[in-house]
Design a protein around this ligand. Structure first.
Ligand SMILES: Nc1ncnc2c1ncn2[C@@H]1O[C@H](COP(=O)(O)OP(=O)(O)OP(=O)(O)O)[C@@H](O)[C@H]1O
Length: 345
């Protein structure tokens, strides 16, 4: 059903086309390039304004590299990052130099994974959260204090904490500080890279709910990167599944979880803990072998050596990411024939 909040109807805030990032592998005394790590290999991804896109996949499949390219921490090797500026103009962030990127640096921000190592222990919360206000906006101390107090309130911390140091706080509180810092410049898109993975299970839900509340208050858009499919199901309107530098499936969260179209997604979902274990049990699909090495991507479909449904064609022909049903894409030759198992069957 197409509803008012259907991500397919919302305008894209950011869209990547053919986004590619290869890291050279260097060897020897003169650093000769002997190969390439294909961390991203032609990513087409659409992030609708005000929505959360969940990016999932095993470790090493390129999720963080994608986030870093959007933030332009990395210079992409090829492809476009089309960002809709506040006045509606599309801007290709991949093509801009540091000077050109300046106006957009405040609009796309990152929440770090580890609230222990990402906060400087020698800086007070005022300095940590206020730093972007000083550096990017050049604000004076009284105004910074005022804004930091407001930011701390928004993330559920007492304003008087601003004079304390990070070691006075728990993991969950520290991540609230990290979120306050990410929000200091009123961004439009926030990349949350494993934002709750380092936290105790007991505080994860509080941080996830905080992120949801902040999204509602400020119409934020999230790219929510996680290897935890349970967490992503709770957070994301839409999902993109990555495998070795490529997007292999996209769709609305409910539809994708109920009926995956790519065998890799089916395997990932089979590992999500069963909410009602006494009912018909889902069988966990144990994939053979390790995730492919992005410097030696298998021929044909990169997933074929691990796929239980692979046919001869899969060994030679690379499947394109194509629309299988409205709002559903998959990069599998047999996506419209396979009857794969989802969650909650
Ligand atoms: N700066 C770099 N130089 C060389 N190779 C890199 C660099 N950054 C990432 N890679 C490689 O690119 C591939 C993708 O890494 P990336 O960190 O993006 O994956 P990921 O899905 O985020 O994994 P994880 O969840 O473990 O962080 C990996 O093979 C990684 O070793």
């Amino acid at each position: 059903m197409v509803t008012a909040t259907d991500p397919r109807q919302a305008t894209a805030l950011l869209e990547t086309r053919g986004l590619t990032k290869h890291f050279p592998i260097r060897q020897g005394l003169f650093g000769r390039t002997v190969g390439q790590v294909k961390a991203l290999d032609g990513i087409d991804l659409r992030i609708a304004g005000g929505q959360t896109v969940g990016l999932v996949g095993e470790s090493g499949c390129g999720k963080s590299t994608l986030g870093r390219c959007l933030l332009r921490v990395h210079q992409p090797t090829a492809g476009e990052i089309l960002y809709r500026a506040p006045d509606g103009t599309p801007v290709d962030l991949a093509a801009l130099d540091e000077q050109g990127l300046k106006p957009y640096r405040s609009q796309i921000r990152l929440i770090f994974q580890d609230p222990y190592s990402s906060l400087n222990p020698r800086m007070t919360l005022l300095q940590i959260v206020g730093e972007p206000l000083k550096v990017n906006l050049g604000l004076a101390r009284p105004e910074i204090e005022e804004r930091v107090a407001e930011l701390l309130r928004r993330v559920g911390l007492r304003p008087e904490y601003m004079h304390r140091y990070p070691n006075a706080f728990s993991g969950g509180q520290r991540q609230r500080v990290g979120i306050a810092r990410a929000l200091a410049l009123s961004p439009r898109l926030v990349v949350a890279d494993e934002a709750v993975s380092a936290l105790d299970v007991s505080v994860r839900a509080q941080i996830l709910n905080l992120l949801k509340d902040l999204q509602e208050e400020s119409e934020l858009t999230y790219l929510f990167i996680s290897h935890d499919l349970g967490v992503v199901e709770y957070m994301a309107d839409e999902i993109a599944v990555m495998y070795v530098g490529r997007v292999v499936e996209t769709g609305e969260t409910d539809a994708l979880y109920a009926r995956p179209l790519h065998p890799y997604t089916e395997a990932l979902l089979s590992a999500v803990p069963d909410p009602a274990p006494s009912s018909r049990r889902r069988e966990r699909i144990v994939l053979r072998g390790e995730v492919a090495d992005p410097s030696r991507v298998p021929s044909g479909c990169p997933f074929h050596p691990r796929c239980f449904y692979a046919q001869d064609r899969c060994k030679t022909e690379v499947p394109a990411l194509r629309e299988i049903a409205p709002g559903r894409t998959a990069a599998c030759h047999f996506a419209d024939q396979l009857q794969l198992r989802g969650v909650g069957e």
